[in-house]
Design a binder for this molecule. Sequence first.
Ligand SMILES: [Zn+2]
Ligand SMILES: [Zn+2]
Length: 286
Amino acid sequence: MTPRKGESPPLPEPLPAAVVDAHTHLDACGAKDSASVIEILDRASSVGVTRVITVGDDLDSAVWAAEASTWDDRLFAAVAVHPTRTSGFGDADKAVLEDLARRPRVVAVGETGLDYYWDYSTPQEQDAAFRWHIDLAKRVGKALMIHDRDAHEDILRVLTEEGSPEKVVFHCFSGDLDFARRCVERGYVLSFAGPVTFRNAKDLREAAAFVPADQLLVETDAPFLTPHPFRGRPNESYAVAYTVRDLAALRGVDVAELANAVSATAQRVFSLPAVTSDLPNGEGLV
Ligand SMILES: [Zn+2]
Ligand SMILES: [Zn+2]
């Protein structure tokens, strides 16, 4: 993974209503202990990003994410072994993940899926691990958080063959309008990261304009995929506010309306406990 260069983007103007960053990697953003986690969460909530889901991408990172989610009420976790790390994925790993996935603050099984861009794991290893994670999500009754890189058709095929869990989220959705339609028809939820704000991402922006608000989420995938106009600079949960504003303009709706809608979607999909708002301007949540 390439380290991000340059200065962090400035804090955006606070959002008029709270949102959830539905996918980030706090450990990869440099957080280690509760103090460094809380620092990132404080920066996020100061602009209305009041809840965050941190995602573990290998076993150590999943253990850390599950643990970190107990350090602050604003933080939740998702656990899985990332498709690119599935070489050698075995019974001992499965036992650890099974235990983590059942913890109350772990709200999703992910990120799992298929990644045909990198070749660290074979398609067969990825396929087997993806199927195991699908089954895990069903057994623990939590959302399945999918990583799909250059693998749209195979992802849908495997979901059909295995049977989808009740709640399926495509993290960092990367398809076009047609693929978005097919996902929406199946009841899946599409989560958009920084690339949706890139001015040359025509197909992706068309897809994002179409997705019904109750199947729409926003995320950073920080420290990667920093939104426009800060592309290439370090990303962090607070920057999802830039994506929300951009997406509201794209969809032709008020920022508050979109923020409330994506918040409600996150709350439903991840079964987040209801919270009273901790927005700096004291506005209500959802
Ligand atoms: Zn991913
Ligand atoms: Zn990720």
